[in-house]
Ligand binder design. Structure first.
Ligand SMILES: Nc1ncnc2c1ncn2[C@@H]1O[C@H](COP(=O)(O)OP(=O)(O)O)[C@@H](O)[C@H]1O
Ligand SMILES: [Mg+2]
Length: 271
């Protein structure tokens, strides 16, 4: 049984709200099926507008597909009762690109990280404090940071906090939607290394969504290339990167800087 299985997912958006004219539609996701196994990072790469985020939102239940099924841990997410869904959603977390809008600016870091924990665990105040402190250390921050507010952190630090919140409920799968794209290059590498370490330490699976093939190559075990709402090419072994054939894959490859071509997912970048 796969951890995640998408079966023939379709999603069309209606554009505009004109009463007089026929409304235009955009087929964001046309017919996507994929599987993701436990402990694997699947890179989902594609140009802007190719439907990557829509697919991520459908998995997270933030958008409803017009057609198709999302199976997670052997259960159809769109056929569950709310109690069952709440239990299962604990194992499915997300980190988005915009680290600042992902957090409530009026809450302390302690409250931000503790929030998902409170949904699933009954902890004493002392236990919760210890848990938040441990999570901060796990993502490379200081225990005292829990008393601060989001505006006191850089983008990279705040993304570490979002990652701490994502791993707080001990999930099985984290969807990372352009999670490092807004950060500067050196910070991107640090966060990628953190994600790689956490994947090993907690046997996590990732759906790593990005327009940046270089970052995807760095962290992924498998690769899916998306274009115009469809998966146009698959790679089961990142060592085969140079064998990508589809024109979109080639275009994404051409934006990868030469020294990193052909790097395996376990290879550290050198700057
Ligand atoms: N809520 C929405 N309403 C209308 N169109 C949307 C909406 N969300 C996405 N789209 C359109 O669907 C297509 C795929 O978008 P998206 O999934 O965000 O792509 P990506 O994440 O690959 O950049 C784009 O053409 C986008 O404009
Ligand atoms: Mg997107």
């Amino acid at each position: 049984m796969s951890l995640l299985e998408l079966k023939d997912i379709k999603k069309t958006y209606l554009l505009g709200n004109s009463v007089w004219m026929k409304r235009k539609t955009v087929e964001a996701v046309k017919s996507v099926s994929l599987t993701l196994e436990e402990g694997v990072c699947l890179g989902l790469v594609g140009e802007s507008g190719s439907g990557k985020s829509t697919l991520g939102k459908i998995i997270l239940g933030l958008e409803k597909p017009d057609q198709g099924e999302v199976w997670f841990q052997g259960k159809n997410l769109y056929g569950l009762k709310s109690k069952e869904l709440k239990e299962l959603r604990r194992d499915l977390q997300v980190v988005f690109q915009d680290c600042y809008s992902a957090v409530n600016p009026r809450l302390t870091i302690r409250e931000i990280i503790a929030e998902p924990v409170r949904n699933y665990e009954k902890l004493t105040t002392a236990q919760e404090k210890k848990k938040v402190q441990d999570l901060l250390v796990t993502v490379g921050l200081c225990p005292e940071d829990m008393y601060k507010y989001p505006h006191q952190f850089s983008g990279g630090q705040l993304q570490r906090i979002n990652i701490a919140r994502a791993i707080a409920s001990k999930p099985k799968l984290i969807i990372l939607d352009e999670a490092i794209s807004a950060l500067d290059v050196l910070v991107q590498v640090q966060i990628l290394n953190l994600l790689a370490d956490l994947k090993e330490a907690f046997q996590l699976s990732y759906l790593f969504i990005s327009h940046d093939l270089q970052a995807v190559n760095y962290i992924s075990d498998r690769l899916a290339v998306m274009s115009s709402g469809e998966i146009v090419e698959w790679l089961d072994d990142m060592e085969q990167l140079e064998r990508l054939e589809h024109p979109v894959s080639k275009k994404l490859m051409s934006s990868v800087l030469p020294p990193y071509l052909g790097l395996g997912s376990g290879t550290k970048m050198i700057y």
